[in-house]
Structure formats: C-alpha cells, structure tokens
Design a protein around this ligand. Structure first.
Ligand SMILES: [Zn+2]
Length: 181
C-alpha cells in the first residue's frame, strides 16, 4: 500500500487524499487498476508514448517499467478472476488526460467509490445483513447494479456461504465474458 502522499499533520483528508486512501484499500481487497482492465482496452486505445512522456517528466519521475506495469499494460484474463464492464468512475481508475488516448477522452481523478466498486466489494466480501450506514447494500442490490440475472442470480441469493457466492459470481462473470469475445 502506498500512502506516501497523505499529509499526516491533519486528521481530515482532502478529496485527493480520500481518493488515494480508497484506491489503496481497493488494492488491499484485491482490486486491480480499472485503466488496465481488458474492458478498458475495448473502449480506450492508449497513446503509449504520450503516457510514457508524461509520467517520466513529472516531479517524481516513474521508470518505463513502472509506467507499463501500473498504467499501460492490459491485464490478461488469467491474471484476474472477475471484471466488470469498463467503469470510468471507478476509484481504481487513474485520471486520463486528453493526450493519453486516441479517443481524446478526459477522465478526472475519482474521489469516491463508484456504484460498481461498491457492488463488486459487496459480492466478494458479502455481509449477512447490510451495514446500518448503507442499508440499501444487500447482495440483491449489488447484483442489480452489476446486472446479474438468470439461474446463477437465484443460486447466489439462496446461499449464505461467502465462498459459494464468490464461486457462483465468478461462473456468471466467466459466462458474460465469453459472450463478449
Ligand atoms: Zn493503484
């Protein structure tokens, strides 16, 4: 976890610090970078040279290897168990400048979890009952947000075993992924 950019003299995180903290805890839960998702690769084409130039010339320059490993390289299917449709609002997304992609799309830094971030966290770390501060976040709601229908949805809702839920969801995810190829 890299929280080096957090100002430890203050107890109240700024928006950008909140963004770093949520992002790093996303990694702790097993989330990968959204901009490296195979789903991103179907939507945005990176201008590798522009990204390399930007990150090599910032105040704390990154190595070519780090830039490729953390930004440019798309994760292979075998490196990830489950992934959603491309979610530009994900906390796991780095900000994207116009020059980074052929599509010239700008994605600002996200400072909060997206609905899909919350839904994926819920399915992979299910609670028997929703937290009182987020009563709407039942498994059923998470499956609605992700768009899980059919037989596997019914099976997921009938079990209380977190491992079984993850297992069934992974089967649903693999089936969805094979439809898109
Ligand atoms: Zn990260």
């Amino acid at each position: 976890m890299n929280l080096a950019k957090i100002d430890q003299s203050s107890f109240t995180p700024t928006d950008i610090e909140t963004s770093y903290i949520l992002h790093e805890f996303g990694h702790v839960l097993g989330f990968h970078h959204e901009h490296q998702s195979p789903s991103r690769a179907r939507v945005l084409t990176f201008n590798r040279e522009n990204i390399l130039e930007h990150y090599r010339n910032q105040d704390c320059p990154w190595s070519r290897k780090d830039i490729k490993q953390n930004i440019i390289n798309v994760l292979k299917d075998k490196q990830i168990s489950n992934y959603s449709l491309f979610d530009p609002n994900s906390i796991m997304m780095y900000p994207i400048e116009e020059s980074y992609t052929e599509q010239e799309i700008v994605i600002p830094r996200n400072t909060q979890l997206s609905e899909l971030d919350k839904a994926y966290a819920m399915v992979h770390y299910p609670r028997q009952r929703p937290h009182k501060r987020a009563p709407e976040w039942t498994i059923s709601h998470a499956l609605d947000v992700i768009g899980v229908h059919g037989i596997l949805r019914g099976q997921i809702l009938r079990t209380r075993d977190p491992e079984k839920i993850r297992d069934l969801f992974t089967r649903w995810n693999a089936a969805e992924r094979s439809k898109k190829v």
